[in-house]
Design a protein around this ligand. Sequence first.
Ligand code: ADP
Ligand code: ASP
Ligand code: MG
Length: 406
Amino acid sequence: MGRIVQKFGGTSVADIAHIRNAAGLVQAERERGNQVAVVVSAMAGVTNQLVGYCSEAAALYDAREYDSVVASGEQVTAGLMAMALQEAGVPARSWLGPQIPIRTNDVHGKARIVGIDSVELERRMDTGEVPVVAGFQGVSPTGRITTLGRGGSDTSAVALAAALKAERCDIYTDVDGVYTCDPRIVRGARKLHKITYEEMLEMASQGAKVLQTRSVEIAMNHRVRLQVLSSFDDGPGTLVVDEDEIVEQQVVSGIAYSRDEAKITLVKVPDKPGVAAAIFGPLSDAGVNVDMIVQNISEDGKSTDLTFTVSKAELKQAVRVLEGINGEIRFGQLRPDPNVVKISVIGVGMRSHAGVALRMFTALAENGINIQVISTSEIKISVLVDEKYTELAVRALHTAYGLDAT
Ligand code: ADP
Ligand code: ASP
Ligand code: MG
């Protein structure tokens, strides 16, 4: 008998009928002889509505109260799921993050899990009870409720699976697996039967929201077997596995895009030691994450242009910080641009193949798409282009790397 964690996303618990359907999947897993722990998200649309209430209530809200509001969606579904299981004859009880407890740090709105006390859950699972855990939430060192960032129920599920030493963590969602690209924008996207942890980590961090990035990180570090599958159709999903489990490796496994980027160009920045630190230090102190960075060599030896990206949500804050330090740094101009998208091609096969980047640049050029910024890692190439080309660029690259379904 093994232990399985089953996580149901928003669309899988969108209403009572869906919750009953999910309860059926829990029951089926138990009938296969496994102990099951369940993690639930809020019903589809609920978290967005709660976030909207916060923005309406206060322009600059208290992040601790934000967490208290947005964590409530998962409380509702945990209780409803426990009821549905009980109705189906399965002993179950709901658990909130602080009741277990799922301990986190105190970074409200995007807290990180630091530990899960699973002893009581395990004791009850040994008696046949199914714990239904409210995803997305935990408790800070000072006893305040925290949330794990959007999409954070995936992370709750994987962290719980690691704590329970579960055989597998199944992430039930509205697609039947991880695809070569978001199937909502590339109709010819193919389902991957397996993907490596590393590739999944890049896909998630470059914008494929099917799994929260942190959840993949935890799965990789704790070697949790992770499966993404549909709660609507039968059949196996995508397994996230070690590289040596993949027999036939493609050079490029997938393409991801993120509309969450914004570009900032500082024109005529003095070209002298210490300037980059003087710019990126205050941004980091203000909690602004910088992603891609390019700086040209200076033509006259005196000044150069510096371009970098931040998330769209942090653009205003970044501009405020930069304007605040200009008295000291004295750059020529500050040009913010939120109309950009980052597109990334990902594949572990890139390590051993040449010409992967060239194929990307050629495909974009053939479609008249100008590249604004490029960045690479061992298994990824990302470009920043005008947001209006998102679909065109993604589809062109999907075809160029031979990923279209035949
Ligand atoms: P849930 O509410 O179940 O957590 P999400 O909306 O967070 O579901 O994630 C599932 C969505 O992720 C899909 O509907 C799909 O549009 C999107 N997605 C983005 N990239 C991919 C990809 N490469 N493969 C599968 N789905 C993807
Ligand atoms: N309900 C939260 C969100 O919408 C967490 C999750 O669904 O994973 O972000
Ligand atoms: Mg999700």
